[in-house]
Design a protein around this ligand. Structure first.
Ligand code: ZN
Length: 537
């Protein structure tokens, strides 16, 4: 007869194991419990009341009531909204994370994840940036796109021609390399150098890399004015031919001739969505844009680089052509608007005394009459000194509101990391998310609070295929933003941009507070979020 000993031992272990397990279960403790808050889970559903239990970096319980005795720490959120941490799908944080790892201008808005590499430019090579950031530690999570401009410049410099077969192959190899390093997709900046030199076919071919490895296509499209429909259609073609999602960046009607003509945007986007092309967009809640002046000049004058550009300007014929183009693109108004008064200098290393001043004021400082001719000369002068960034008031508030009501438009700041007091940046870097919550939700009732939060959390997470972020769910990362819905608001203005937002009380990144009772904790729990191809061969 066989011994029954193994069976007895097995039974003993099963019984003792389950006893031990049930003891442990009774002892479950949370590192942190958020009590009595109104939970906006990111889905857009009406808020509900629940306690949230956190262990380590994760949400482990979302339930009616959690015994505070089981928690190491309790945050009382009575009267406060508890939302997933905001995901900013459109930033230019990138390399600045190494110098400004505290991300304070974003944390004070409730943002817990920054996506960089937008508008065609990323920090190359991405793998190095990621490991540099991981060594240093950052307060927010970070993900990055790989930019077409960066890749094209690496391979072709500032050449205007279409790439040769060999150059195309090298660009695709570089994109694949960046995707394997963890990029979340491909971005283009087709109003910028050298993207402006590329044709649609080049972009369709380059983006084909994503069909194999995943990721989405984000585009600063070629034109945001009279040719916006064609520009959107180009982005759609690039996604459609490759079967990849398309994100139109910082969507706007940026030319007074097309103000209040939303169908120029909605018609191509909705037709594409009906055909089964996944098209989404992001916007920031301001009527001013911000960029360099370089894109206001005819782009062929930059071919071959800066020296060549300065040389070409010596030719009076070229100069006059450039000047006329600047007048047409920046200083002409069909509505009688004095454009010199609507363009402000944001950052200039060469002329810090001009920061925060408009072109009219700068001309006055230079002792020149404020004419359109002189304005164009001034812009060309500034570009000659190296590009300076400026703020352009070129949108209509009604369009900002109408875009916000579209369900497939999410929120993205198009801003960057800021050092207090440095330059005169666009206030969007400090106030995008809180401005939506205070101004557009509470004051003007343009969208509901649930919908605003969906546009800041679940929708960008879905677009990027982010795993376990963007909603309040058991098992998800504990990226959370806790704010007072009656107090939350932006404080940054064009005149005084370096103002942190109000009303955000706690911000947690991967379970750890980076903001507590409105104060920065200095913790750096942010992670690099790598894209779908990371680690593949
Ligand atoms: Zn852009």
């Amino acid at each position: 007869m066989k011994s029954r000993l193994p069976v007895i031992i097995l039974v003993f272990f099963l019984i003792s194991g389950s006893f031990f397990f049930s003891c442990r279960k009774a002892e479950v403790r949370y590192d942190l419990v958020i009590k009595n808050g109104r939970v906006f889970d990111g889905s857009g559903n009406p808020w509900f009341r629940a306690d949230i239990g956190i262990k380590g970096a994760r949400i482990v319980a979302v339930s009616g009531r959690i015994d505070p005795g089981k928690a190491t720490r309790v945050i009382e959120a009575e009267g406060l909204a508890v939302a997933p941490g905001f995901i900013d799908i459109h930033t230019h944080a990138d390399r600045d994370l190494l110098d400004i790892p505290g991300c304070e201008n974003y944390i004070s808005q409730g943002v817990t994840t920054l996506v960089g590499g937008n508008c065609g430019d990323h920090d190359f090579p991405l793998g190095e940036l990621f490991s540099g950031i991981e060594k240093k530690g950052i307060a927010c999570n970070f993900a990055s796109l790989a930019g077409h401009n960066t890749i094209r410049r690496q391979v072709m410099g500032l050449k205007m021609e279409a790439p040769t077969a060999e150059e195309m192959m090298r660009m695709k190899d570089l994109l694949r390399q960046e995707m394997l390093a963890g990029a979340v997709g491909l971005s283009t900046g087709l109003a910028y150098l050298p993207g402006t030199y590329s044709r649609t076919e080049e972009l369709v071919e380059l983006a084909s890399v994503l069909s194999a490895v995943g990721g989405f296509y984000a585009s600063h499209i070629r034109n945001q004015g009279k040719k916006i429909t064609e520009a959107i259609e180009e982005a759609i073609t690039i996604g459609e031919k490759n079967g990849i999602p398309v994100q139109i960046s910082h969507i706007k009607l940026a030319d007074e001739d097309v103000w209040n003509q939303l169908e120029r945007i909605t018609a191509p986007v909705e037709a594409a969505r009906t055909r089964g092309v996944e098209v989404t967009m992001d916007q920031y809640p301001y009527t001013a844009t911000s960029s360099g002046f370089t894109s206001s000049l005819p782009q062929d004058v930059f071919e071959g680089g800066r020296e060549k550009f300065l040389e070409r300007l010596q030719n009076p014929e070229v100069y006059s052509r450039v000047k006329q183009a600047v007048i047409r693109s920046r200083l002409t108004s069909n509505r009688g608007i004095d454009k010199l008064e609507t363009i402000y200098l944001a950052n200039s290393r060469k002329f810090p005394e001009y920061e925060g001043k408009n072109l009219k004021q700068i001309l006055e400082l230079r002792g020149k009459p404020a004419t359109v001719e002189n304005g164009a000369d001034l812009i060309i002068d500034l570009v000659k000194e190296g590009d300076v960034s400026a703020i352009f008031f070129q949108m209509d508030e009604r369009d900002v509101e109408a875009l916000m009501r579209l369900p497939y438009v999410m929120i993205g700041s198009d801003g960057g990391l800021q050092v207090a007091g440095q330059g005169s940046p666009h206030p969007r870097s400090y106030g995008t998310f809180t401005r939506i919550l205070g101004e557009y939700v509470r004051q003007r009732h343009i969208i509901t609070l649930e919908e605003a939060i969906r546009k800041m959390t679940c929708l960008p997470a879905q677009t990027m295929r982010l795993k376990e972020r963007g909603m309040i769910r058991e098992g998800y990362y504990a990226d959370l933003t806790i704010f007072d819905p009656l107090e939350v608001k932006d404080a940054a203005t064009y005149a005084e941009p370096h103002q942190h937002s109000r009303g955000v009380v706690y911000v947690l990144v991967n379970g750890r507070p980076v903001l507590e009772k409105g104060k920065f904790t200095g913790a750096r729990p942010g992670m690099i979020i790598r894209g779908p191809a990371f680690g593949k061969k």
